[in-house]
Write a protein that binds this ligand. Structure first.
Ligand code: FES
Ligand code: MG
Length: 570
């Protein structure tokens, strides 16, 4: 087999000379004569704290690549840190995916090891790998160790939301709240709750893009480096076997990802990411597949935000494969992993060591854990709710809308003592979709009004065209499609309108007669809330972004271009 990199390095002509000469810098002649060139797409960055340790992981991958006869080449790629990047890391996910795809294609590379961690990084890497269609394997950077405060475990994200609401409710002092800050992040790694980072690492393994058994290994655990070394070795073999994303990822792989997502109680963000990855592969995955496949799957993992424990506990309790073993009959037994063997073949030896963390199938935490897809006059293209993170008494609810035109409008008015709102109200926030914000930020889980918190109210129905942090909880209807800025009916809701939510019936309706709705137009404050960028990436993004039901990818990035480059650079 002729390696792709031979198109750069093989031969005696002037161009091969140029490609080789500048790369030598001490590497032996043999580096250019048939040894697979393995890129290590590294999202390490000091500004992505959850991924800052990935260069150490990259070193272990390199050792493995060398050991197996390949040439490792570290390729720093666009990195996105969830906590710093404004207005939302999601605005840049497609840019990161596009830049990574292009750099993999443009360079003399035969295969790639993808190093990600923080929320958007694994999705962007998988989107890139699917579109360039080179042999690719993921090493998730792993969750951080559990931090403690006042003798209790602190969950990243989830406990920030919880403690800050306690301050607002007057049950926790601000001084105590601030004291917890330095205990929140105990070690290297990504958030240790079942937030988006943990979810995407496990879902990547369920898809088959991680060597089974690796995902969920804590960042600080020596076994992560061992697995990274093994993956480096494996990447060389992967090139020899020419196993590309298009050759093994099927609808069945996504079926397994959806089963896994439900069983772990994973983040709703996985829906947009999986839809985007499937779009790159031209696999016909729809938002309804998440409901159809996931609805009957039991919740087996007792992790925050839906439950109690953290990722370190999940690993100790037997890990992700022990979870999958419990739902083995629901998995597609033919879907292959990156190794060429089906996922289900890896489940035989998996064992649960702590049944409080991973509950056996007979005694699930919830019997129906999947994400529900709602439709109706308020969401003709669908909206999501995660019942596992919602309050059971609100899953069927009718209430009057209190509408906010932007997140700024929300912050300005939510604690106004004169705001006409009670626990039966339905909070509506718009202008937060892919186009409207832009970038579909994680603002859907609006904090409750202080006056209601003080009265003991802890949850209300909230509706938004944005996303919600995977670490958050509450009766939140999100990803409302079409978004307000794309002409969805969400733009026309007025304060005081009745809204009906019925999760069991999968309905979300605005109880306003159709003819009255047809007479309404979005008010100026609503329209003023929509993004209207003048230039640059944001302009490109707003003009081309698809709605949440298509994974919020850019229209011209859907599909794949492969790895061929026909023209020389000199
Ligand atoms: Fe990076 Fe949560 S902020 S994983
Ligand atoms: Mg997040």
């Amino acid at each position: 087999m002729t390696l792709r990199s031979a198109h750069w390095y093989a031969g005696d002509d002037r161009n091969a000379y140029i490609h080789r000469a500048w790369m030598r810098r001490g590497v032996p002649d043999s580096a250019f004569t048939g040894r697979p060139q393995i890129a290590i797409a590294n999202t390490a960055s000091d500004l992505t704290p959850c991924n800052a340790h990935l260069s150490e992981v990259a070193q272990s991958v390199k050792n493995g690549v060398y050991e197996a006869g390949g040439i490792p080449l570290e390729l720093p790629v666009v990195s996105l840190g969830e906590t710093n990047v404004r207005p939302t890391a999601m605005l840049w996910r497609n840019m990161a995916a596009m830049a990574t795809e292009e750099m993999l294609r443009a360079n003399p590379i035969d295969g790639v090891v993808l190093l990600g961690g923080c929320d958007k990084t694994i999705p962007s890497l998988l989107m890139a790998a699917a579109s360039v269609d080179l042999p690719a394997v993921v090493v998730p950077g792993g969750p951080m160790l559990t931090g403690h405060f006042r003798g209790e475990a602190l969950g990243c994200g989830t406990d920030v939301w919880r403690l800050s609401e306690e301050v607002r409710a007057g049950t926790l002092s601000e001084a105590m709240f601030l004291k917890s800050e330095s205990s929140m992040i105990r070690s290297k790694g990504h958030c240790n709750t079942m937030g988006t980072a943990s979810t995407m690492a496990l879902v990547a393994e369920a898809l088959g893009t991680v060597i089974p058994g690796l995902a969920g290994t804590p960042a600080a655990d020596a076994r992560l480096l061992e697995a990274a070394h093994d993956t480096g070795r494996f990447a060389v073999q992967l090139v020899a076997e020419d196993r590309r994303p298009s050759s093994f990822l099927t609808k069945g792989s996504f079926h397994n990802a959806i089963v896994a997502l439900a069983a772990i109680g994973g983040s709703t963000n996985a829906v947009v990411h999986l839809l985007a990855i499937a779009g790159r592969l031209r696999i016909d995955l729809t938002v309804d597949d998440f409901d159809r496949i996931g609805a009957e799957v039991p919740l087996l993992v007792n992790l925050q935000p839906a439950g109690r424990y953290l990722m370190d506990d999940l690993y100790r309790a037997g890990g992700f494969l022990a979870v999958l073993r419990e739902v083995r009959d629901l998995l597609d037994s033919e879907a292959l992993t990156i190794t060429g063997r089906p996922l289900v073949e890896y489940l035989e030896d998996a064992k649960i060591w702590d049944a409080d963390v991973i509950t056996p199938r007979e005694s699930p935490l919830q019997s129906h854990a999947g994400i529900s897809v709602l439709r109706g006059s308020l969401a003709p293209g669908g909206a999501l709710i995660k019942p596992a993170a919602a309050s059971p008494h609100l899953l069927k609810h009718r209430g009057r809308a209190v509408v906010f035109d932007s997140i700024e409008d929300f912050h300005a008015r939510i604690d106004d003592p004169d705001l006409d709102i009670d626990e039966d109200s339905v909070m509506v926030l718009r202008g937060c979709g892919p186009k409207g914000y832009p970038g579909m930020p994680e603002v859907s889980n609006m904090p409750l009004p202080t006056k209601l918190l003080e009265r003991g109210v802890r949850d209300m129905v909230r509706i938004c065209d944005g996303r919600m942090s995977g670490t958050a909880y509450g009766t939140v209807v999100l990803h409302v499609t079409p978004e307000a800025a794309a002409g969805g009916p969400l733009a026309l809701v007025q304060t005081g309108d009745w809204i009906s939510l019925d999760v069991r019936a999968r309905r979300l309706d605005l109880d306003v007669p159709a003819d009255e709705l047809a007479r309404r137009a979005p008010n100026q404050a609503t329209v003023d809330g929509y993004a209207n960028p003048r230039r640059g990436w944001e302009r490109l993004y707003v003009d081309h972004v698809l709605q949440a039901d298509r994974g919020a990818d850019l229209d011209f990035l859907v599909g794949a271009s492969g790895s061929e480059v026909r023209r020389e650079s000199h």
